[in-house]
Design a binder for this molecule. Structure first.
Ligand SMILES: Cc1ncc(COP(=O)(O)O)c(C=O)c1O
Length: 415
């Protein structure tokens, strides 16, 4: 197949003539392979999967019923393009009611997305010229940076460190990079650290953006999944609408990853530019899905129930990991628990094993303990445990947590 003339036609951004020839295996593929191998070696055993980055449950029945009702409406059948008013108005109400953001004009300051990932892939086309810098946090969700690079942009990584509460230190950006920077991408509650932002930090970001003429893009994919208090929207910061936009999604907040619906809100010019590129990218999400998403945004108690479940599981997981020697503390939101990876482990048979990095630990956990996690070696070595593990009910949840404890208890970890 690689003899085909097509092999010579690929764009440099995907590898050019070498497209598809790399033998590197990426992190998530390595995890998948290790899971398969562990199952083959232990037929019938239960893999405890704490590596998944999406909800373990379906959308709520009333949302499915709303989709069914809307799918029967002939008016919803066609191209949605940039959407009707239903989701826009529900989004503005949601921002006000749930996040305390006043004065969002649904007609010009909100547009739907086919999920935040789609919006993150569309927005660079509106902003990035060759040589422009994007400021991104690492570890993090890379999509905006990947597409910025497609357009010849450059990514400057801001490490998220425990010492700084996993907030980026904006003072570390070199002056020559800052001068060429156009966009600062943030995501709180954060994937993978689980950290939340603060109102002070967001105020600092607004001032920094104004001073350095930056666009702020706040990816709020986990915004409403908070364990106490109200969700913190960047748009609730005074002046935020002058500098940026925020991305919300039904994926994690309403158990709707497969449905593909969210919204972009904030600065009118940026929302308009997003809409212009989007109009040349897709023909909009099915209106029935948009209307079901609007129903969700008018029923934030759904997210509160989901967040309460994650909070309960998180408390249990923190307890179990602490008992096993990990320095775990409960985050204020998201469904991710980010803990320092051990340097070594000694098993019951006194065999001591040293780990090179978090990836090494994660592979060992799958192979030896049948526990799946996601390793991050981008700013220190950490493991991400997700509380979206499969469990039928609360009793089953306790059983899974007990099983994690059983499998890890006999190991002595060194950090
Ligand atoms: C930080 C972050 N942003 C965006 C997304 C994608 O969200 P959506 O399903 O709305 O495309 C994810 C999904 O894992 C994520 O973790």
């Amino acid at each position: 197949m690689s003899d085909s003339y097509i092999q010579n036609l690929f764009a440099e951004r995907v590898g050019g003539k070498n497209y598809g020839k790399s033998t590197a295996i990426y992190k998530f593929e390595k995890i998948k392979r290790a899971k398969r191998a562990a199952l083959d070696a232990n037929p019938g055993a239960e893999i405890l999967d704490l590596g998944v980055g999406e909800p373990d449950e379906m959308a709520f029945p009333e949302v499915v019923a709303k989709l069914n009702e809307e799918a029967h409406q002939p008016a919803n059948r066609g191209y949605a393009d940039n959407g009707d008013t239903v989701l826009k108005e529900a989004a503005a109400r949601y921002l006000e009611k749930v996040c305390g953001v006043r004065g969002i004009d649904p007609a010009i300051e909100v547009l739907h997305s086919i999920g935040s990932k789609a919006a993150l892939s569309i927005l660079p086309a509106a902003l990035i010229n060759p040589g422009d810098y994007v400021l991104m946090t690492t570890p993090g969700y890379p999509v905006f940076g990947t597409h910025s690079r497609y357009y010849g942009g450059l990514v400057h990584q801001l490490p998220l460190l425990e010492a700084n509460g996993y907030l980026p230190d904006l003072a570390t950006i070199p002056a020559d990079v800052l001068k060429k920077s156009k966009v600062l991408v943030l995501n709180y509650p954060n994937n993978p650290t689980g950290a939340s932002a603060t109102t002070d930090f967001f105020a600092e970001v607004v001032a920094f953006a104004k001073e350095n003429r930056l666009v702020v893009l706040h990816d709020a994919a986990y915004a409403a999944l908070v364990f106490e208090g109200k969700p913190l929207s960047f748009l609730a910061t005074p002046g935020a609408k002058e500098v940026g936009i925020e991305l919300h999604s039904t994926s994690k907040s309403f158990n709707m990853t497969g449905w593909r619906c969210g919204f972009v809100a904030g600065n009118e010019l940026l929302v308009r530019a997003y809409g212009d590129v989007k109009d040349n990218t897709d023909s909009g999400q099915f209106l029935a899905i948009q209307h079901a998403a609007a129903y969700c945004f008018d029923h934030p108690e759904i997210t509160e129930k989901i967040a309460a479940k994650y909070s309960r599981r998180m408390t249990g997981l923190v307890r179990v990991l602490q008992q096993c020697g990990f320095k775990a503390s409960k985050p204020r939101g998201s469904f991710f628990l980010y803990v320092k990876a051990p340097r070594a482990a000694t098993s019951k048979n006194s065999q001591r094993l040293e780990f090179k990095n978090a990836e090494d630990v994660s592979q060992w956990l799958i192979t030896e303990k049948l526990i799946s996690t996601v390793p991050w070696d981008d700013a220190g070595s950490y493991l991400r445990f997700s509380v979206t593990f499969a469990a039928k009910d609360q009793l089953d949840e306790e059983r899974v947590l007990g099983e994690i404890a059983n499998r890890l208890r006999e190991v002595k970890f060194e950090f």
